[in-house]
Design a protein around this ligand. Sequence first.
Ligand code: ADP
Ligand code: MG
Length: 281
Amino acid sequence: MNGNDAARVESAAWRADGRGASVDAREAVLHLRDVALAYEDVKGEPVLALKGVDLTVRDNEFLVVLGPSGCGKSTLLKVMVGLLRPSEGRVLHRGAEVRDTLQDVGMVYQNPLLLPWRSVLDNVLLPVEILRWDRRQYEPIARRILDTVGLTGFVDKMPRQLSGGMQQRVGICRALITDPSLLLMDEPFAALDALTRDEMARELAHLWERRKKTVVFVTHSIPEAVLLADRILVMSPRPGRIDRVIDIDLPRPRANGRKLGAAFEDYVDSIRDIIFSFKDA
Ligand SMILES: Nc1ncnc2c1ncn2[C@@H]1O[C@H](COP(=O)(O)OP(=O)(O)O)[C@@H](O)[C@H]1O
Ligand SMILES: [Mg+2]
């Protein structure tokens, strides 16, 4: 059975019980089906971080995962890319079961973890070296990506000579250098001050609008989520479940200072109500 056959069988199986019927497994980048993930605490007792997660990530969408601290957002990302195996349920990447860590993925974390002894350019080119690709070929690409995030004059600087926001930009460039088809970002702007954070979110929206790829972006900032997302997954507190999925039907580009006005505020308000309702429950 080749990959396509496997995908067809798989999607037929999805249809058979009526769930996931609207999306063919081959069109989806990722399919999570009834996924649960339990960690063990220090005494070896199971700690349920995710339960009953059904989710489809679509090609080239900007999907934002929003939820309170500790609800399992980071765990969800790790399960998606095969860094963690689900305790129950299945994870499919383009119709095939995820058994190992996915290769074609860029990851961005809260802290960019740059190597302090390498220049900005050399940090961005690190994945290329690890993969033993041709560095000479990628150097102009690295410079171009650094250009797009406003770091043209900083390629030869060392990380300590950069502000936190600039370092985070370098981390994003490093994730983009291999042009992965899937970009996972786990609270990438959480460590930045509010103004820089706002600017970074707009820059990311701009970058994505020009060159679409599938992004799964974790945040607990509601306005950031609404600014960036095609769809927002709202997760409920532990054990993390997907409480609901909200389509954000706002015009793009959203980054160019276009006033999104009342519709934007309405989304923010209604999502805030949902999240506050968890606290009352
Ligand atoms: N390695 C681990 N061992 C045990 N418990 C963990 C581990 N990682 C996370 N957890 C627990 O799982 C839950 C979800 O964690 P996490 O996915 O990091 O949440 P979030 O990213 O939404 O803040 C939390 O209660 C956390 O304490
Ligand atoms: Mg987290």
